[in-house]
Design a protein around this ligand. Structure first.
Ligand code: UDP
Length: 325
């Protein structure tokens, strides 16, 4: 594994789409730390410039407000292209179904075109949602999934499945050096408190002593990966010579009710748990098999859910000015 541009007589240059989003902005910080010049494209549909506050917004960092479903023009060489643009929470992609389909399909095509033209490595942010409501547990990369194409989640799932297909076609037909990260539930600082996902929603509710809204009976499971672990996995995949999809996630599986209880306890909240209807097509179980990432990338997550929640709750306490709670 080598950073391919270190052999050239300049800083590596990376383009990231969706760089103002939760995972994207952490990747921007990480790549800048690695000495990359970073160009970020984002149309700010669900991302936010406030995610860049800690950064100095001058070269080697450049932000361009742009919808990547439209033609992309980037000056100069590029070594890496990371495609992270997309609404990603169920609430967001159901609010923006057509934008979600467009960025996964047309956007991926455009961004692949840039990588091809520049001879850059391309990394697709794919998702555990390609497995849908899985009939195989834990999910390994050779499982083809169980997705309802016309259900409410289909707009995201099928967009990402198309994105994987076109990425693979660009690798086979045009020889682009492509990587596919299948990202499982990830959490940490910079998620929007109102993005509707379980972790920020529960933490926001707990810190405000509001009822914690568990959908269904809460026995459905997820496996939550802390953002720093995920970013390290993305980096290792980016600089690897591996072109097949790789699961990146934390195999520590827990029920949503367990998550709610843990958040309540860790935030010292007096909230009670209330049950709301389970959304249509909500997957019943989800846990990554990370054998491939471990074998090929030497990667495994290091931050367990207790520690990750502690860090995340502390971040939101700062955001809400609630360190007295
Ligand atoms: N969930 C919940 N209450 C909420 C938000 C989510 O019980 O306020 C549940 C949701 O139904 C799902 C799980 O938590 O079973 C994880 O949902 P999330 O939106 O975080 O991500 P998903 O894995 O479904 O994409």
């Amino acid at each position: 594994m080598v950073d391919r541009s270190t052999s050239k007589n300049r800083h590596p240059r990376s383009l990231i789409t969706g760089g103002a989003g939760f995972i994207g902005s952490h990747l921007v910080s990480f790549l800048l730390e690695k000495g990359h010049e970073v160009i970020c494209l984002d149309n700010l549909l669900t991302g936010s410039l406030s995610n860049f506050k800690p950064l100095d917004p001058k070269p080697p960092f450049q932000f361009i407000e742009h919808d990547v479903t439209n033609y992309i023009d980037v000056d100069g060489p590029l070594d890496y292209v990371l495609h992270f643009a997309s609404p990603a929470s169920p609430l967001d992609y159901q609010r923006f179904p057509i934008q979600t389909l467009k960025v996964g399909a047309l956007g991926t095509h455009r961004v692949l075109g840039v990588a091809k033209a520049k001879g850059a490595v391309f990394l697709l942010a794919s998702t555990s949602e390609v497995y849908g409501d899985p009939l195989v547990h834990p999910q390994h990369e050779d499982y083809w999934g169980n997705v309802n194409p016309i259900g409410p989640r289909g707009v995201y799932d099928e967009a990402k499945r198309f994105a994987e297909a076109i990425t693979t076609a660009y690798h086979r037909v045009h020889g682009v050096d492509t990587k596919i990260a299948r990202i499982f539930n990830t959490y940490g600082p910079r998620m929007r408190l109102d993005d509707g996902r379980a972790v920020p929603t529960f933490i926001g509710q707990a810190l405000r002593d509001e009822s914690i809204t568990v959908f269904g009976d809460g026995t459905q499971t997820r496996s939550f990966c802390y953002i720093d672990d995920l970013v390290e996995g993305i980096w290792r995949l980016l600089v690897s010579d591996y072109n097949e999809p790789v699961n990146l996630g934390n195999p520590q599986e827990l029920s949503i009710l367990e998550l709610a209880t843990m958040v309540k306890r860790q935030s010292g909240s007096s909230s009670s748990v209330v049950h709301k209807p389970l959304p249509v097509d909500d997957p019943k179980i989800r846990r990554p098999n990370i054998m491939r990432a471990t074998t090929i990338l030497g990667w495994k997550p290091n931050v367990d859910i207790e520690e990750g929640l502690k860090r995340t709750i502390s971040y939101y306490q700062d955001q809400l000015g609630r360190h007295d709670t």
